[in-house]
Design a protein around this ligand. Structure first.
Ligand SMILES: Cc1cc2nc3c(=O)[nH]c(=O)nc-3n(C[C@H](O)[C@H](O)[C@H](O)COP(=O)(O)OP(=O)(O)OC[C@H]3O[C@@H](n4cnc5c(N)ncnc54)[C@H](O)[C@@H]3O)c2cc1C
Length: 242
């Protein structure tokens, strides 16, 4: 049981640990992770592209605010984004290349980098130097170090089982005991509500798809990050089905 009035709880990975790292400068922090290690879910499985201009305006603002810090921490390495589109998606393509500051390229150029792109389906392509791969593990470990250096406690195998309110405090029960805090941060991503719990299975088709490409002899390491048109300004995107 912890009694610091400024204690903050986190269930999570990258969202939680980054909040923990920043708040650890201001008060006492406890980070609660359900799994035996950090990085099991979205944060450990995503392609981890850092694209400064991707997302809704508040996300872009956050991207831009964190770019220098990530660069200084050495967690970024170069990877250009590529946009591909069918001929009938010209209008969305034009919007996206402006939003994402991309340079139009030919279908042949696109295929010279990513040979599985289907020239019968795609008619338009664009790319830009200047998106980065995130070394997610390095990022995570750096944030954890920062949090711990400021006295934060980071517990694994500590799933939040119940939460109750007592006067001005939150009491959070885990198999590792009860934790008390004035402020509670829920960074459990897909587990924030019961419906989204199915997201952990939604990751499987992507894994299967990637294994399929590798079985067919493709080396994915040099491929661009590919966007379908019309996704750049939304919170979601998909691996294009070209
Ligand atoms: C297929 C895919 C591709 C993506 N590609 C990119 C990309 O290229 N670039 C990019 O920036 N973003 C990408 N994202 C988004 C990015 O991965 C997520 O936004 C980010 O990882 C979310 O981090 P998080 O900490 O919120 O979630 P998570 O990493 O999922 O962390 C949630 C944590 O909560 C824990 N938890 C759940 N229940 C409890 C409980 N009861 N008690 C304690 N802990 C609990 C879980 O164990 C888990 O560790 C992608 C996401 C997906 C799914």
């Amino acid at each position: 049981m912890t009694h610091d009035p400024r204690l903050h709880h986190h269930r999570w990975r990258v969202a939680g640990v980054s909040v923990a790292a920043r708040l650890s400068h201001l008060g006492s922090v406890t980070l609660l992770e359900a799994e035996p290690a950090f990085g099991y879910y979205a944060s450990g499985r995503s392609p981890a592209l850092f694209e400064e201009f991707y997302g809704l305006p508040p996300t872009i603002a956050l991207n831009r605010a964190s770019l220098d810090r990530h660069r200084d921490a050495g967690v970024l390495s170069p990877r250009g984004p590529m946009l591909v589109a069918r001929a009938d998606h010209r209008a969305e393509y034009d919007t996206d290349i402006t939003t994402l500051s991309l340079d139009p390229i030919s279908v042949e150029e696109a295929r010279s980098v990513v040979p599985i792109l289907n020239p019968k389906t795609m008619a338009l392509a664009a790319r830009r130097e200047g998106a980065w791969d995130i070394n997610a593990d390095l990022l995570l470990q750096g944030l954890l170090r920062e949090a711990r250096a400021n006295g934060a406690e980071a517990l694994t195998a500590a799933p939040v089982q119940s939460i109750r309110r007592e006067r001005d405090r939150w009491i959070v029960t885990t198999p590792k005991g009860e934790h008390e805090a004035r402020i509670l941060v829920n960074a459990a991503c897909a587990w924030i509500d019961r419906i989204a719990a199915s997201a952990r299975w939604a990751l499987r088709p992507i894994d299967d798809q990637l294994r399929g490409f590798r079985r067919r002899g493709h080396d994915l390491r040099g491929w661009e990050m590919i966007f379908g048109v019309g996704k750049a300004g939304t919170a979601s995107w998909m691996l294009a089905s070209f």
